[in-house]
Design a protein around this ligand. Structure first.
Ligand code: PLP
Length: 402
């Protein structure tokens, strides 16, 4: 008998379960809209040309070796990542008020940030997450020993932002609590605040001295414009707030499996940033010692070479535009098949996902009868869709809602 006899089977992962179901299905019309990764019009993974070129240069460089990185990662990568998020002229950067370390993509950066807060942030142990949010948020912060609570975010009736509910909840939050904010392309809803609403959210955050923790998993991938997708982060940073930021290069550079990300802590003065950085490195040291090199080196090459940077921006916009065009094509197809209801939220939502508003029973019909694989909350990945499949999907939705 194993000493691990009492270990129970973990529940299956919701998203991976969908992929399993999709693989096992032999219907020729099957469609996988559960996947959280970009796919081409032909349904294939995409390696960006800028990434291929950076990788080629890296491999051709005889000075490259496989030595350890420092606990905080590749210094150029950290500096350039902070610049990408906060903007070139940022006062935070000029005044040296950021502590930025390399993280294991978005997830690892959030985890190190959570662990840092758990060890050193004494004002409040409460972390507020939106309802709904990316499923891992709750687990990440709970595993750091923090108390996770929720704030209202999505309004089912309008399939848009519950702005009043959100602001009300933030204003009623414990003083100093940490608030998780999706920088852009909110997952799973695809619903983002407008610039005016971000200002209102900033005021609410200030009124309770909350600590914003931005999760930026989609900069440039949402609108196709890096500055626009970074606007909320910059609004808060330029307003002089102390904050945390987790960045991921999984989607915007297609570096999913390379696990490249960054964690920044913005402080009110440079001396605090130095001390914070020393402790972030300690957190990393105790968890995984130091981050992997390859992906971060690719990112650093792209961000520092004007030609590759320009090429990346074109490719990034290409991905964002394809997703935006899928929204329009699906919306048009729904009109064409005469699907009842208002589907304008498909056009208004942004980023990889769309929250269709389909109920669990309707999703079951989509999967069982139409072989469309998607999460039970009605979320579909626009990146998994192609123009050729929009008509079929629209028929499936129509059948499921009538
Ligand atoms: N945060 C959000 C909101 C996400 O949607 C994702 C990925 O789906 C992540 C973080 C983490 O992604 P990764 O760890 O692959 O960078």
């Amino acid at each position: 008998m194993s000493v691990f006899e009492a270990v129970p089977q973990a529940p299956p992962d919701a998203i991976l379960g969908i992929t399993e179901g999709f693989k096992a299905c032999d219907n020729p019309n099957k469609l996988n809209l559960g996947v959280g990764a970009y796919r081409t019009e032909e349904g294939k993974p995409l390696v960006l040309r800028a990434v291929r070129e950076a990788e080629r240069r890296l491999l051709a460089d005889p000075k490259q070796d496989h030595e350890y990185l420092n606990m905080g990662g590749l210094p150029d990568f950290c500096r350039l990542s902070a610049q990408l998020a906060f903007g070139e002229g940022s006062a935070v950067l000029k005044e040296g008020r950021n502590a930025t370390i390399q993280g294991l993509s978005g997830t690892g950066s959030l985890r190190v940030g959570g662990e840092f807060l758990s060890r050193f942030y004494t004002r409040s142990k409460v972390v507020l997450i939106p309802t709904p949010t990316w499923a891992n948020h709750r687990f990440i912060f709970e595993k750091c020993g923090l108390e996770v609570r929720q704030y209202r975010y999505f309004k089912q009736e309008t399939r848009g932002l519950d702005y009043e509910g959100m602001v009300e909840d933030l204003k009623a939050a414990p003083e100093g609590a940490t608030v998780i904010l999706h920088a852009c392309a909110h997952n799973p809803t695809g619903v983002d605040p407008t610039p005016e609403q971000w200002q209102g959210i900033l005021d609410a955050v200030r009124s309770r001295s909350l600590l914003p923790f931005f999760d930026s998993a989609y900069q440039g991938f949402a609108s196709g414009d890096l500055d626009r997708d970074g606007a909320a982060i910059r609004l808060f940073a330029d307003a002089g707030l102390e904050l945390l930021l987790a960045q991921s290069y999984a989607k915007n550079m297609g570096l999913y499996g390379e696990r490249v990300g960054a964690l920044s802590v913005v402080t009110s003065d440079a001396a605090a940033a130095k001390r914070v950085e020393s402790q972030l490195k300690m957190v990393a040291r105790h968890m995984y010692s130091n981050p992997p090199k390859h992906g971060a080196a690719i990112v650093a090459i792209i961000l520092s070479d004007p030609e590759l940077f320009a090429q990346w921006k074109v490719e990034l916009k290409g991905m964002a535009d394809r997703i935006i065009s899928m929204r329009q094509q699906l919306f048009d197809a729904l009109q064409q098949v005469g699907c009842p209801g208002d589907w304008s939220h498909i056009l208004k939502q942004i980023g990889m996902f769309s929250y269709t508003g389909l109920t669990k029973a309707q999703v079951e019909n989509m999967t069982n009868k139409w072989h469309v694989y998607m999460t039970m909350d009605g979320r579909i990945s626009m990146a998994g869709l192609s123009g050729a499949k929009c008509g079929y999907l629209a028929e499936a939705i129509k059948d499921s809602v009538t």
